[in-house]
Each structure stands twice: as structure tokens, then as C-alpha cells.
Design a protein around this ligand. Structure first.
Ligand code: MLT
Ligand code: MN
Ligand code: ZN
Length: 298
């Protein structure tokens, strides 16, 4: 047995290109000069025919259609047995609405994230008679699928953008933003698409990891401000940057794991251009830059 992760969407919210964005990356993606990328999601399997989707992005319909391993094997017989969401952001939950259509699966999240879904009646489109909502506590291993264990743990983050009040704590450790430890047959991968800073907890978590898929939202903390696209830093959005003080580029050098992959990249991030010096710099530092359709086995 092995643990296989397929990147369904390597981009952050908005995707590449983003519908209303004319930044250089978005324009080049439209022109076919760099690969497009859909919004943040992975699929994971312990190689027994069943898959779990971790984060349900607004692009999930197209993501499933271009991934033959996730095709139904018969009428209403999907290999997707479970869906897990790591926070309540729209890029991670809006795709749940596409997963209606009377399909049984189990939906996992922390109690706080479930409370956000429970409070919004539009998610009742997922028939509770078929889609069991399982609230899982932090640090409590559970079977995501038979033979595939998951554990959710707090990583520094914030509440979803649509629930932000006048002031917002951007690096709270609680149930709002979690990392996921995925384990099958002694193989361990961690998926952390949003993380505001490297915490002691995350450092300790990664000790036995063979692979890490990590928050690659921005190259520079002020990248969106510099591009004239917004007034928020990466940290304000709950994402530690790749470079600059406290950046992720070398943060895991002493920690392992052997394989490190950037995911959840914003469309302004220069590493989304495979020919960019920044892409080369990330690779030289030991990172793989995630891409839609990438299959990673540990
Ligand atoms: C984020 O990752 O910062 C969020 O997806 C932002 C958003 O919800 O638009
Ligand atoms: Mn996001
Ligand atoms: Zn753009």
C-alpha cells in the first residue's frame, strides 16, 4: 500500500487566471503562455480504490472531470467516499454545493468549521440523510477512509474572510484553520494550504512526515499591494510568505520532510511561471511547485 495525493487545484482563491484580474500572470495564462491553475484542493487515496477530497473548491466539477481515477464506476457509484475541509474559506467549501445530487459521502471538519456550514442553509443542499457530517476534534486520529487515517491539528490562521469583523486576529491557533496529517501503511503526508506562521506545533508535527504540501500563497508578503491589486499583506490574509523574514522557503530545511510541495498559490505569485527565476529559486531550495494534475506518491 502507499499514500497517493493528486493535486486537483494548485492555485489559491480566484485561480489562475482569476475572472477579474489582468495581472501579468493572469494575462499570460489566458494567452496560453503559462499553465492555468484551478482553486485549492487535493484528492488522496491509500490505493484501495477509494478517494477522499480535501477541500472542495469552486472548480471541483472540472477538477473531477479531468481526473479519470475519480470517475464513477457505475450509476451513482463514486470512488469519493469522504470530503474533508481545512477551513471555512470559500475556495475550500463552495465546491460542496456541486457535490449535491444525492450522493452519499462523509463530510469531515472541526466543530467550528461545521458550525459555519450548519449556520448557512444553502449547504442543506447536501442531503443530510446521505451526506453524514462528522465533526472531528483537533489531535484526534480518525479513519478518513478505510486504511487512511487523518488527524487535524491547529495551525496559525484566521476565520473566513466573510466572517471577519472590524478587527481580526490573523494567526490564531484553534479550530478555524487546520493542517491535516494523512497516514496510510506507515507513510505520512501533511497538507497545510493555509498557515500564518511556522508554529512550534507544526514543527513538531512534521517530525515523521515523508511529504509536506504547504501554503505557497505569496512570494513576497506585500506582493498584492505592490501589484496594485489590494491593500492586504499575505500575513493579513493568514498566509506566511515564501520569502522575506519568517518566510517558508528555508523554514523547513532543518525539519524535513524530504518532499516539500507548494500549493494554494495566488495568481500574482511569480513561481506560477515555470520559466521564472523565482520558480528556479524555489526548486533550488528543495521545493516542488505544485500544479494541477500533479500526482505525488509517498
Ligand atoms: C484565503 O486563502 O486567504 C482565502 O481563500 C481568501 C478568500 O476567501 O477569498
Ligand atoms: Mn484560500
Ligand atoms: Zn492575476
Amino acid at each position: 500500500m502507499s499514500l497517493t495525493v493528486t493535486i486537483l487545484g494548485a492555485a489559491a482563491g480566484g485561480g489562475l487566471p482569476q475572472w477579474n484580474c489582468g495581472c501579468p500572470n493572469c494575462q499570460r495564462a489566458r494567452a496560453g503562455e503559462i499553465p492555468p491553475a484551478t482553486q485549492s484542493s487535493i484528492a488522496v487515496t491509500a490505493a484501495n480504490g477509494q478517494w477522499a477530497v480535501v477541500n472542495a473548491s469552486p472548480d471541483i466539477r472540472g477538477q473531477l472531470e479531468r481526473t479519470p481515477a475519480l470517475y464513477p464506476s457505475g450509476p451513482r457509484r463514486s470512488p469519493i467516499g469522504a470530503v474533508l475541509v481545512t477551513n471555512g474559506d470559500l475556495d475550500h467549501v463552495a465546491g460542496l454545493l456541486t457535490l449535491r445530487e444525492k450522493q452519499p459521502f462523509r463530510l469531515f471538519a472541526t466543530p467550528e468549521i461545521h458550525a459555519i456550514l450548519d449556520a448557512n442553509p444553502v449547504f442543506e443542499a447536501l442531503d443530510r440523510g446521505l451526506v453524514e457530517r462528522h465533526a472531528v476534534g483537533l489531535d484526534t486520529p480518525f479513519d478518513l477512509l478505510p486504511g487512511l487515517q487523518a488527524t487535524l491539528y491547529a495551525v496559525p490562521g484566521k476565520v473566513p474572510l466573510f466572517l471577519e469583523g472590524e478587527t481580526v486576529a490573523t494567526d490564531q491557533e484553534g479550530e478555524a484553520t487546520v493542517g491535516v496529517r494523512l497516514a496510510a501503511d506507515g507513510r505520512v503526508a501533511h497538507y497545510v494550504p493555509g498557515c500564518a506562521r511556522l508554529s512550534d506545533r507544526l514543527t513538531a508535527e512534521l517530525e515523521d512526515a515523508h511529504m509536506l504540501l504547504f501554503d505557497g500563497t505569496l512570494w513576497h508578503d506585500n506582493e498584492m499591494i505592490a501589484a496594485g491589486l489590494g491593500h492586504k499583506t499575505g500575513r493579513r490574509m493568514g498566509h506566511m510568505p515564501i520569502t522575506g523574514p519568517g518566510g517558508s522557503l528555508h523554514a523547513f530545511d532543518e525539519i524535513g520532510p524530504a518532499k516539500r510541495v507548494y500549493v494554494h498559490m495566488n495568481n500574482t505569485n511569480p513561481i506560477l511561471d515555470p520559466t521564472s527565476p523565482e520558480h528556479a529559486q524555489a526548486q533550488a531550495a528543495g521545493w516542488t511547485v505544485g500544479a494541477d494534475g500533479m500526482v505525488l506518491t509517498v
